[in-house]
Design a protein around this ligand. Sequence first.
Ligand code: SAM
Length: 296
Amino acid sequence: MNIFENNGHAIIWGDVIEALTTEIPDNSIDLVFADPPYNIGKNFNGRKDRWPSDEAYLSWCYEWLELCISKLKPTGSLYVMTATQNMPFFDIFLRKRLHILSRIVWAYDSSGVQARNYFGSLYEPILFGVKDKDNYTFNADDILVEARTGATRKLIDYRKSVPAVYNSKKVPGNVWNIPRVRYRMDEYENHPTQKPTALLDRIVRASSNPGDLVLDPFSGTFTTSSVAQLLGRNSVGIEAEETYVKIGLRRLAIREQYNGEVLRREPKIYEQQESPSQQHLAIFEGRTPWNTTSPQ
Ligand SMILES: C[S@@+](CC[C@H](N)C(=O)[O-])C[C@H]1O[C@@H](n2cnc3c(N)ncnc32)[C@H](O)[C@@H]1O
């Protein structure tokens, strides 16, 4: 296990159970966001997302969930994701240990090939629970959205003595329409299940305050830690795969180099090509466009 730290942000490169057990003190965390492997056969840089049985997957999940709960402060909140078919088991397990406040549906459209013989899945569930339902952080005013009334002009309340525009802001409901991270988006990293910053932005703003400590036990591309950093929170992220740890070190500006390698985002395919004016220059200089090497 290795730990990298800078300015209130820590990355633990190691196994979730070991890291939670040995590195995170009990009652120290304000907010947990856990986005584990879903047991659906994804490939995390060679690490298999497939357990021998549902029971084996669930008993592993119950182990780290129990640990996460013990790391939460009495005022803490936990958000957890998993595949739709596993969430009922998480729900039954967690409702004996936390107060479940919201069952959130993260809904998105997909440009990919859709199921033709059944209704394809276009959402992922998120469970939100707190330790103490009478004492937890929820910054409603920091996450308000425009209530969609369908009106094209501002709605005026004429019953007031001085007519006033209706307050059209509201706390989002439990269906969140947020696009998935696409290759062309600036935030894209090379990871099969990267979560959007917009999703974490809402969670971190709502359920933590500046200076609070946010824990993500399956950090992947370190979306949670990166959002926490932008919003002035502190963070701890755990990740087993070195390739993804390097993304975190770069995204959180903890390291510029790693084992002699300069950490930079992989250029996208279209970024590797030259612009039309660069192509003309290349032809003028006797070079093949796309080949930036000057002629000898
Ligand atoms: C669903 S992804 C998390 C994606 C992340 N939320 C993001 O926005 O990029 C799950 C991550 O857990 C990591 N992982 C799998 N098994 C682990 C383990 N035993 N300990 C720590 N991390 C693990 C995987 O490498 C993968 O990056």
